[in-house]
Design a protein around this ligand. Structure first.
Ligand code: FES
Length: 150
């Protein structure tokens, strides 16, 4: 990671967000050790870094799978039974929301409104949105991703 820190050689506090973005882009997620290192480097208290990193949705402290599945539990999706999606995906992946499969192929997260309420319920897998799927659609999608090479 030294090459990332070298990019921000001026060590200004305003470099905090771009520095965290670059580290996360390379590592996939942030850790307590990374926060400590950034705090030392920029001379910023760790609680300020956690404050920033937890305020913005873009930062995460957990590793994601190759395919990160987000199930919307906003009001509209909730009313359209998104909980049945969640149950089905948890069953298919054998993990609960917030976790990553052992092979690190999938991770599962519950999120709030993704801005597609008119097409509820909504799930997102990496950058792709899916609307109003059936349970068998979910199973087909996950099977296809599981079998996909890279
Ligand atoms: S509540 Fe799910 S997209 Fe808005």
């Amino acid at each position: 990671m030294d090459h990332i820190f070298e990019k921000y050689s001026l060590k200004k506090p305003e470099n905090l967000i771009p520095l965290l973005q670059d580290i996360q882009k390379e590592k996939g997620y942030l850790t307590d050790e990374i926060v400590d290192k950034v705090a030392d480097y920029l001379h910023i208290p760790t609680n300020r870094i956690y404050g920033v990193a937890t305020f913005y949705d873009q930062f995460r402290f957990r590793q994601r799978g190759q395919y990160h599945i987000q199930v919307c539990r906003g009001t509209s999706c909730y009313l359209c039974s998104s909980s049945s999606y969640l149950k089905e995906i948890e069953k298919l992946l054998k993990i609960q929301a917030g976790l990553v499969t052992r092979d690190r192929k999938f991770s599962l997260e519950i999120v709030n409104c993704m801005g597609g309420c008119g097409k509820s319920p909504v799930i997102r897998i990496n950058d792709n949105y899916y609307h109003r799927l059936s349970v068998s659609d979910l199973s087909d999608i996950i099977r296809a991703l599981r079998e996909k090479k890279q």
